[in-house]
Design a protein around this ligand. Sequence first.
Ligand code: SF4
Length: 58
Amino acid sequence: MDRKSVSCHKCVYFYVTWDKNFPYGCRAFGFKSRLLPSVEVKKASGKECLQFKKKEER
Ligand code: SF4
């Protein structure tokens, strides 16, 4: 998979929390974050997110 294709905005697990301190969430990893979850995953693990699952395009 193309690394650059990991984008939370295109991922089924991504959601917006409406929490102003932690506006983004990832259901796959079960956390909320201030930056995009994939950025946090990369910081924590040193790897691109492996849970990415592309949303159906509408
Ligand atoms: S699974 Fe990965 S790509 Fe999807 S929302 Fe979570 S961090 Fe982002």
